[in-house]
Design a protein around this ligand. Structure first.
Ligand SMILES: C[S@@+](CC[C@H](N)C(=O)[O-])C[C@H]1O[C@@H](n2cnc3c(N)ncnc32)[C@H](O)[C@@H]1O
Length: 218
């Protein structure tokens, strides 16, 4: 059965505009800063970006890892990631970027990044549990998304929104229930979007981090 293209499938070709590229670079910078500050950067890390889109975040995170896996449910998005991986992999000596169509194809990784995806996932809590199973001991899950309670304006129309943001408490509870050893949370981005009527919507993004126990069996 051939399914109808989703809004993300249709948006893939125009995804990398100036606004999204600049935002991804700022977010990636904050993630790199977090890893440095918490002394959790690993020279030979492996990183999975879940819901990678065209890879704006993954490629901006190049200093964070050696082996990158990009996974997305949208084939057109993943094709863009794969095309960039072909160009970028030879440009970053010692680093490899790989688009994957199945999560099962990804071995245990040190870092998992999910940027502006979790609010699209109906069972977000279950996904957190699934991804914990993909982390190496001491590995970290890093989620960037909207804090709950803000002016939730979404400019990408026709996408399924299952959560109008998340609270810090929700993040902590879900991660601890999934068996993570510790969690962290900070606001890392403040931006403005203008709707088609010209009204400005201010929004924030948080970085939620969950760390798996070191030496723990996955
Ligand atoms: C707002 S975009 C973010 C893309 C990328 N993370 C970025 O920051 O540029 C959301 C992405 O999540 C993907 N997505 C939505 N639901 C998904 C699911 N269940 N599994 C994997 N990817 C999903 C979409 O296809 C889309 O590429």
């Amino acid at each position: 059965m051939v399914s109808e293209p989703t809004a993300f499938d249709k948006a893939a070709a125009q995804w990398d505009d100036e606004r999204r590229t600049a935002r991804a670079q700022r977010l990636a910078k904050q993630i790199l800063q977090y890893l440095k500050e918490t002394e959790t950067a690993l020279p030979q890390a492996s990183l999975l970006e879940f819901g990678c889109g065209t890879g704006l975040i993954s490629f901006a995170l190049a200093p964070a890892a050696q082996q990158f896996y990009g996974y997305d449910i949208s084939q057109p998005m993943l094709e863009r990631y794969a095309a960039k991986a072909k160009v970028f992999t030879p440009l970053f000596p010692g680093q490899n970027f790989k688009a994957v169509t199945q999560l099962d194809d990804v071995p245990g990784v040190d870092l998992i990044v999910i940027c502006q995806v979790l609010h699209h996932i109906e069972n977000a809590r279950e996904l957190i549990e699934t991804l914990k199973g993909k982390l190496n001991p001491g590995g970290q899950l890093l989620v960037v998304d909207f804090p709950a309670g803000a002016d939730f304006y979404h400019s990408t129309t026709d996408t399924e929104i299952h959560h109008e943001g998340f609270t810090r408490q929700q993040w902590e509870n879900w991660c601890l229930e999934a068996g993570f050893a510790s969690t962290d949370w900070r606001i890392i981005y403040q931006g403005t979007k203008t709707d088609p009527e010209g009204k400005e919507h201010k929004y924030e993004l948080f970085l939620g981090v969950a760390r798996a126990q070191s030496g723990e069996n996955r």
